[in-house]
Design a protein around this ligand. Sequence first.
Ligand code: GLP
Length: 241
Amino acid sequence: MKIIVKENDIEGGAAAFKIFEKGIKNGAKVLGLATGSTPVTLYQNWVKSDLNCDNLTSINLDEYVGLKPDNPQSYHYFMQKHLFDKKPFKKSYVPDGLEATKDPQAAADHYNQIIKDNPIDIQLLGIGRNGHIAFNEPGSSFDTVTREVKLTDNTIKANSRFFDNIDEVPKSAICMGIANIMSAKKVVLMAFGKNKAHAIKEMIEGPVTEQVPASILQKHLDVVVIIDKAAASELDDKYKK
Ligand code: GLP
């Protein structure tokens, strides 16, 4: 893993954008994209750049089951607002939260086929405080592919800040699996803030274990981790250069 420590999320977003820009200039065509508060500074750099996205395909990590694309809390809506409205891609895939309400397995199978047909060149990730990636919570098998996942109480609580009240947070999501994520040629993981410091330490220094889903990234050959000083605060000094 290559670890880049920046002063804050603004600098981190700029550094992440440079990696995507370089990758795209070198031929990356399919990007795995992520939601959450962490990638916002990356998308801000993206929309103000002159990067042409007409030939790019994006595949998002996850979507809440039951939310329509025009629901402001849906990940469809998030992506439109933060990136696609200003930088439309040739094709953008986000799991279908409504199809998933009727037939979660069909929605998941459909998404796995999309990933198979469009192998991901660069996958963007955030990380949950418990080490989850996308909605692959602790205990998820490293063999998982896209499927319906139940959200843990902690994740529901953490994500309730985006909803009017906690009862509105969906109880499940359609989410790429860890095997899908590991199949990407390159992975860029971003994390900012003290509340991510423990997960970052476990991911980088801890054992590879399904109890810390992000720890599997130790086995991937091309991972760049972009963190700020607060998220790096529990790391051994040798990683902080
Ligand atoms: C959610 C998302 C993840 C995200 C994580 C951290 O559970 N499904 O993709 O990485 O939260 O979110 P944030 O970036 O807002 O801290």
